[in-house]
Design a protein around this ligand. Structure first.
Ligand code: CUA
Length: 163
């Protein structure tokens, strides 16, 4: 009679694999439900060529806007190799929603000090929130390789009249 022979350690590795898979699944569900992390969806698709021609609001007027509730929205267009606007000015304590898209290739949108870290994908809209409690100059870095001048692609957030 043939029985399935599984080595003791092999069996433990199988158990460990299942535990890790379940843990990752729980982490993904928790990040969606608790942390509000989500992937780009169909709701926020744009035509990159139309954005480039200035035909797609709000990207036809990149800049910083104060909203009725006192928070801010920063509309940013990324393209090789700059962010528009390159400088964003905000008062200290500002809550900001960045709304970002690309007209050409994939760019990055990283502001390390406020834990903003997104991919800017042509055709998709990146929305990410941040609060700038402290006055200062914060660098916006493109951290997805996007061609020859990728290393020179950056912007700045100037908070509280700094810089
Ligand atoms: Cu844009 Cu790297």
């Amino acid at each position: 009679m043939a029985t399935l022979q599984i080595e003791k350690w092999e069996r433990w590795f199988l158990y460990a694999t299942v535990v890790v898979l379940v843990a990752f699944f729980i982490a993904i569900v928790a990040s969606i439900g608790e942390a509000g992390i989500h992937l780009p969806t169909d709701e926020a698709q744009v035509d990159p060529a139309a954005v480039a021609s200035g035909d797609v609001p709000p990207f036809d007027n990149p800049g910083v806007y104060e909203l009725p509730d006192g928070s801010y929205q920063a509309v940013v267009v990324a393209k090789a190799w700059s962010f528009s606007p390159a400088e964003i000015e905000l008062p200290a304590g500002a809550d900001v929603e960045f709304v970002v898209t690309s007209t050409d290739v994939i760019h990055g949108f990283l502001i390390a000090d406020v834990a903003v870290n997104g991919m800017v994908i042509p055709g998709q809209v990146l929305k990410v929130n941040a609060t700038f409690d402290e006055a200062g100059v914060y660098d916006i870095i493109c951290h997805e390789y996007c061609g020859l001048a990728h290393n020179q692609m950056f912007g700045q957030v100037k908070v509280g009249g700094a810089g």
